[in-house]
Design a protein around this ligand. Structure first.
Ligand code: BES
Ligand code: ZN
Ligand code: ZN
Length: 467
């Protein structure tokens, strides 16, 4: 779909549907109140009513705050898919243009790669009409870049695991590097062995696809800060020998969503030309079964040099991240270090499916990140570390165990496992984002449709704009 910003005076209404957002208070005084009420339209959040005789579409909204604008625009984008107009138009101003664009693009998103006959949408263009195009041009372009980067992340998450294995992730990263002028380095088995990434390599050992560590870098000339992003890129998580039950395995193509998020973030940041140096590190691995598989009872030596007792091969993400976090901290001296991972089912139990779990040591950083996510329209909540939960990772035979010895606090113990691989000087610069719930959905909510949501892209880009 094409979105255009256009001067109200030059805009042609021919075969166009005009969108009007209405609060319940506005409905009471509206010109078409009687007709709309007859049609059952009560202007509740997300309700829509078309008046085709007048080429008007009404959408209910609680108030004109960003979250509501985004959600209303998303429900409009879904509604108009079956309409036979040529275009849709809506009047915009500096207060509503950003969330409206995000809602329209993200809510209207479709993943049609595997559909033989995808339904064609008649409405090809959405016109955002305004009095002063020049004044809104920047906001317009920024919102389009961010929304499209989020859709880019969604596309990779949604791609089937046999089409998006580690080598393909590396290929995609190389293409992105070419298009956006980024540096790109890819490490395969040989290089990973040299780097002593034995924990990461163990996870991918039973896969027919070679594991890859991908490093992308965006280095603008006058950058004042360095940010290192690390993403869990399990292109498939079968659980390994601690095999997942059949129903839990479905959707595990999304276990690469952390990697997809960091790729989307570096795409957005480089296109927005933000004045920050950003490094994206991806651990792309497939967790499979076979005679060569790593096993519960194995003891792995991590890149950092400590030993890990494997008690569950389904707690694989933290093993990959252990090595990639260590590598990232050796190769860069970041002002901020963030990792994104669909790490634990426990995070969903704790916070529900809509909220990203935020963990780390610095209260200030957690607070600032919370502010950015609120502004971006993503839900985040902090999960607190404590020394008692840390003890649950104790191993009798190695330095640490890859699972907790108690069934509670699983999202936090996973975060505490990662903490073991954060260097002392980076403790207060680091945050871990568990996007297990927020990265993927099988039922639409807010601006999200079935599949990858692009969780992390909007809040991290907003945070990077704010520093
Ligand atoms: N990739 C999963 C976590 C996950 C579960 C993400 C559901 C999205 C939806 C992760 O690798 C995993 O399997 N974690 C285990 C950890 C356990 C063995 C300690 C889990 O959450 O059950
Ligand atoms: Zn797993
Ligand atoms: Zn996993």
């Amino acid at each position: 779909m094409n979105i255009q910003l256009i001067d109200t005076k030059v805009f042609s209404q021919k075969n166009n549907l005009t969108l009007k957002l209405l609060t319940q208070a506005q409905l009471k005084k509206a010109k078409f109140k009687k007709t709309l009420t007859k049609a059952g339209f009560d202007a509740t959040e997300g309700s829509v009513c078309a008046m085709h005789g007048k080429s008007l579409l009404f959408c209910g909204i609680e108030n004109f705050e960003d979250d509501n604008l985004r959600a209303a625009a998303a429900s409009v984008a879904k509604t108009i898919k079956s309409y036979n107009y040529k275009s849709l138009s809506i009047e915009v101003n500096e207060n509503n243009i950003t969330p409206l664009i995000e809602g329209l693009i993200l809510g209207g998103y479709e993943f049609n790669t595997y559909k033989s006959k995808p339904k064609k949408q008649k409405i090809k263009t959405i016109y955002l009409t305004c009095d002063d195009v020049d004044a809104l041009k920047n906001l317009f372009e920024e919102a389009v870049i961010l929304s499209e980067a989020t859709c880019f992340t969604r596309d990779i998450v949604n791609t089937a695991p046999d089409d998006m294995y580690p080598k393909m992730m590396a290929k995609l990263a190389k293409n992105l590097a070419k298009e956006n002028n980024l540096e790109c380095k890819v490490l395969g088995t040989k290089e990973l062995k040299k780097e002593n990434c034995h924990a990461m390599l163990a996870v991918g050992r039973a896969s027919r696809h070679e594991s890859k560590l991908i490093h992308l870098a965006y280095k603008p000339k006058n950058a004042k800060k360095i940010i290192s992003l690390v993403g869990k890129g399990l292109t498939y998580d079968s659980g390994g020998l601690s095999l997942k039950p059949a129903t839990s395995m479905v959707t595990m193509k999304m276990d690469k969503a952390g990697a997809c998020a960091v790729l989307g973030i570096i795409k957005a940041v480089s296109e927005l030309k933000l004045d920050v140096e950003v490094h994206a590190f991806v651990g792309a691995v497939e967790n499979m079964i076979g005679g060569d598989a790593y096993k519960p009872d194995d003891v792995l030596k991590s890149r950092k040099g400590n030993t890990i007792e494997v008690r569950n091969t389904d707690a694989e993400g933290r093993l990959v991240l252990a090595d990639v976090l260590d590598y990232a901290q050796d190769k860069t001296k970041p002002d901020y270090l963030f990792d994104f991972a669909t790490l634990t089912g426990a995070c969903m139990v704790a916070l529900g499916q809509y909220t990203t779990g935020v963990m780390g040591h610095s209260s200030k950083l957690k607070h600032d990140l919370g502010k950015a996510s609120k502004k971006a329209g993503e839900l985040t909540a902090t999960l607190p570390f404590n020394k008692h939960l840390k003890k649950q990772l104790k191993s009798e035979i190695a330095d640490i165990c890859n699972i907790s010895n108690k069934p509670y606090g699983g999202a936090i113990t996973a975060g505490l496992f990662l903490d073991n691989f954060i260097k002392e000087e980076n403790k207060d610069k680091w945050l871990h984002f568990d996007i297990a719930g927020s990265a993927y959905t099988e039922s639409p909510w807010d601006v999200n449709v079935h599949g990858g949501t692009g969780a992390g892209v909007r809040f991290m880009t907003e945070f990077l704009k704010s520093i």
